[in-house]
Design a protein around this ligand. Structure first.
Ligand SMILES: [Zn+2]
Length: 130
């Protein structure tokens, strides 16, 4: 008897895993960290040992971040273009706001993306020749 119950071997639901990924937590246990640095994946979960480093999110998180922020960027562009603010003040404020939003959103989206790939069993690159 190893102490494993069938419930421990079941993967969590997609939404549970994505929620854990959004909080930078392991999609399997929800306890360990998914990143060892800002965007560097941990090789394995430090709590349950799930191998997370082999999951390749590639450009997916960057694509989803741009797609998510696109409507806001258009709104900011119109606000700066047609607002009555001086350009020397509006552009730096807009640039800082956009950069901050990207820096805040990108790791969360990457965590969610990795969690979704983990649940689906895709993204490991297994069987690829390169
Ligand atoms: Zn874990």
């Amino acid at each position: 008897m190893t102490g494993h119950t069938p419930a421990q071997d079941q993967k969590p639901s997609l939404m549970t895993a994505i929620g854990r990924g959004l909080r930078f937590r392991c999609p399997n246990c929800g306890q360990g960290r998914i990143f060892r640095a800002y965007l560097k994946q941990a090789d394995a979960c430090d709590h349950c040992g799930e191998p997370l480093g082999s999951i390749r999110a590639d450009d997916g998180p960057a694509w989803l971040t741009v797609l998510s922020l696109g409507p806001f960027l258009v709104a900011i562009t119109f606000f700066v273009s047609f607002g009555h603010f001086p350009l020397w003040a509006a552009l730096p404020v807009a640039a800082i706001a956009v950069t901050g939003a990207v820096l805040l959103l990108l790791p969360r989206i990457k965590g969610a993306f990795i969690a979704a790939l983990w649940v689906s069993g895709m993204g490991t690159g297994a069987g690829k020749a390169d």
